[in-house]
Design a protein around this ligand. Structure first.
Ligand SMILES: [Mg+2]
Length: 245
């Protein structure tokens, strides 16, 4: 009985989501943590950095990696504090902080990797007729270098980097600006992101529907219009209508 009810509820829920997304004409994405596997990318970069700098090898490699991952806070910590914090913690020469920060700026983009299903998902959505946009918070130099290394730019009809726009997510203006560039109405557009406040709450405040790419490290309830575990789930949600109508 309970299993039957749960199944019915799940089917009803899926129908509601499908109905809600039936008229979507544009999909706008966040980059870091949504398309780009930032945790894996940062881990790759830090390990490589440890190998290349003899001065930091006084610190155990795993300790160096774990410390920087904690200080990085998934990229949200101020960049100039990232290496000064590490230097202070391990009592390394203070001049090293700037060298390591410059190295991060130069080399992190080439360590970046996409989630395995990102490129295929974007291609499928584009092939199904959706317009695609990207809104990313960060510096123009860093975000542009990442996009170039990942060969992602050509798939998007509009790319907005916060520093170039003078506004950042969750400010609703940046969502509206992206919609204008896509010539799309908020009611017919979805935003896909991993951050509950910056992406999901921001997009919903701008009048868009928001799909949360679930981040397992977030334990609180996130108010989203749909939740996906994998990017590939978007093809079912937003792809050619006959697949789910
Ligand atoms: Mg993100």
């Amino acid at each position: 009985m309970l299993v039957g009810l749960l199944l019915m509820w799940q089917i009803l829920d899926e129908c509601l989501v499908a109905q809600m997304l039936a008229d979507v004409q544009a999909a706008i994405f966040d980059l870091d943590g949504t398309l780009l596997d930032r945790r894996r990318s940062f881990n790759r970069f830090v390990r490589d950095q440890w190998q290349r700098f003899a001065d930091i090898q006084a610190v155990d490699r795993e300790q160096y990696v774990q410390t920087l991952i904690e200080l990085d806070r998934d990229g949200y910590a101020p960049r100039n504090e990232l290496f000064t914090g590490m230097i202070a913690q391990f009592e390394l020469p203070s001049g090293l902080a700037e060298t390591l920060l410059n190295d991060y700026r130069a080399r992190f983009p080439s360590a970046c990797v996409l989630f395995p299903d990102a490129a295929q998902t974007l291609s499928s959505l584009r092939a199904s007729g959706l317009k695609l946009g990207l809104i990313t918070n960060g510096s123009v130099r860093m975000q542009s270098a990442k996009l170039e290394c990942l060969a992602l730019s050509p798939i998007f009809d509009a790319i907005l980097v916060s520093d170039a726009e003078g506004i950042s997510k969750p400010n609703r203006q940046i969502f509206h600006r992206a919609l204008e560039r896509l010539n799309a109405d908020p009611a017919h557009a979805v935003f896909v992101g991993d951050h509950p406040d910056i992406d999901i709450a921001g997009a919903r405040a701008a009048g868009m529907r928001a799909i949360w790419r679930r981040d397992p490290s977030v334990s609180r309830v996130v108010e989203a219009d749909a939740i996906i575990e994998e990017l590939g789930d978007l093809v079912t949600l937003l792809g050619p209508k006959q697949t789910w109508l």
